[in-house]
Design a protein around this ligand. Structure first.
Ligand code: 9WN
Length: 445
């Protein structure tokens, strides 16, 4: 059940990809932060900033730190890191929903810049540790800068974890709930279909606004209007009480525990343990390791499905696991303490005709597998990068190398697209997308 060995990459291919990735990151740099894409996403996004920093570490670590700092300057007093930090130089009409729609309360983010009130997967501790590890290669000044930035970030990363593990422990089982599909970063994933069916779809509400994304991308590649009407309704619901989390379950229609989000949450604790160790905070390092073990145990207890042999999202309102087989169910492979039988089950699932490498975002055999539409089929570089991390974590070196080579070829052949057609490899979505470029650098380094 092993793939045939892949031929080595040609040096000129690697050089071309490296140079084009650097150009994308140059184009998308906006002074003190990176935009995911100039036209489609003209602000700063949370988990994008983490993936971007991982790549910038090789070519411009100062910008990697600057990007993370810009994001965390917009952190809320309760510790939440907003999923978008708005650029005041960008017009409200250039992205929907913009800052006026989110209307976050004055006690919200402290920065002069506006933000949203929701979060995204907490990739930042992982990114900070990666950038720090690579900084020394750039000389003494960069090593010094890295130390200063890591010390600045550490308490903020801890506050982010506290918010997610405490205020967002809506299901009371030790996992963080997402309260909007945008919080998963896997926006229209079939993993939310069941839970979203219980969210009122108010198309009249949506019709009061203009979907800017449809002006700048192909509608067949984007979530539907029905999806968007629910997205907007969920913001209105969370916004009504100033994005407060106390009692949220009783007044908000969507609360889900995602295996990918929570695997990243646990991995962030492990990265914090390494950061704390580096900063000489030995006792705190042990606490972070303990928390990672607790989150891992809760993921297994709450999200594992014996029958499908994979992990699924849990709808907190109904207490049911959602049936869809999505890539998010494979991401607990990132967890170093995952028991061997569960690692094996994920590997079986990944090697089956439902997935294969590079992994699509959804089960290829599902009747509603959609090769074009966003998180319902296409291949994304960031999730494949996370899968590769998991493969390396558990010693699957050949598959990790095959996946690396496949990703490099995909991007080299098709461009730094936001996502890719899962059978033809055609580029879809935004054409010069920052995390595709940034993670290409990491794959080549
Ligand atoms: C909503 C920026 C973001 C990514 C998400 C991706 C997409 C936004 C959108 O773009 O979401 O947050 O407008 O569709 O799904 O993962 O962070 O690149």
């Amino acid at each position: 059940d092993h793939l045939p060995p892949t031929p080595a990459l040609k040096p000129d291919m690697s050089a071309e990809l490296w140079n084009s990735a650097v150009r994308v990151l140059e184009t998308n740099w906006a002074g003190d932060h990176m935009v995911p894409s100039r036209r489609l996403y003209p602000h700063q996004w949370s988990w994008d900033a983490a993936f971007i920093a991982i790549g910038l570490a090789y070519v411009n670590p100062t910008r990697a730190w600057r990007d993370l700092r810009s994001l965390f300057e917009a952190q809320w007093p309760d510790g939440r890191v907003p999923h978008i930090v708005f650029d005041p130089a960008t017009a409200e009409a250039d992205y929907f929903p913009g800052p006026a729609f989110w209307d976050v309360p004055a006690y919200g983010n402290r920065a002069a810049r506006g933000s949203t009130g929701i979060v995204q997967p907490p990739m930042h501790a992982i990114a900070a540790w990666e950038v720090y590890r690579h900084a020394a290669a750039h000389g003494a000044n960069c090593a010094q800068e890295a130390r200063t930035e890591l010390e600045w970030l550490y308490p903020r990363l801890v506050a982010q974890q506290r918010y997610l593990t405490t205020d967002r422990n809506l299901g009371r089982g030790g996992l963080a709930s997402i309260v909007h599909p945008w919080e998963s970063g896997l926006d229209n994933s079939p993993a939310w279909d069941e839970a979203m069916a219980n969210v009122p779809a108010d198309l009249a509400l949506l019709s009061q606004y203009r979907r800017r994304d449809l002006d700048v991308s192909d509608a067949a590649h984007r979530p539907t209007d029905l999806d968007y009407s629910r997205y907007v309704g969920l913001v209105v619901s969370y916004r009504a009480e100033g994005y407060a989390d106390a009692g949220l379950l009783d007044r908000h229609a969507f609360a889900v525990e995602c295996p990918a989000f929570n695997s990243i949450l646990a991995s962030a604790e492990l990265a914090l343990a390494q950061i704390a160790g580096e900063l000489g905070r030995t006792a705190e390092a042990a606490t972070h390791r303990h928390r990672a073990a607790q989150i891992t145990a809760a993921i297994i207890r709450r999200l594992w499905n014996e029958e499908t042999g994979t992990f699924h999202a849990l709808d907190v309102h109904t207490g049911k696991l959602t049936p869809a087989n999505c890539v998010s169910g494979l991401l607990p492979l990132m967890l170093p303490d995952l028991p061997a039988d569960l690692v094996q089950a994920i590997m079986n699932e990944m090697r089956s005709n439902r997935f294969g490498l590079p992994v699509p975002s959804y089960d290829r055999t599902a009747p509603d597998f959609d090769t074009m539409r966003y998180w319902r089929g296409p291949v994304w570089i960031n999730v494949n990068w996370l899968v590769r991390r998991g493969l390396l974590m558990h010693g699957f070196r050949d598959e990790a190398e095959d996946l690396r080579t496949a990703m490099v070829r995909l991007v080299h052949r098709n461009g730094h697209f936001e996502y890719f057609h899962p059978t033809t490899g055609e580029g879809l979505g935004a054409p010069t997308f920052s995390w595709t470029a940034a993670l290409s650098l990491d794959l080549l380094a």
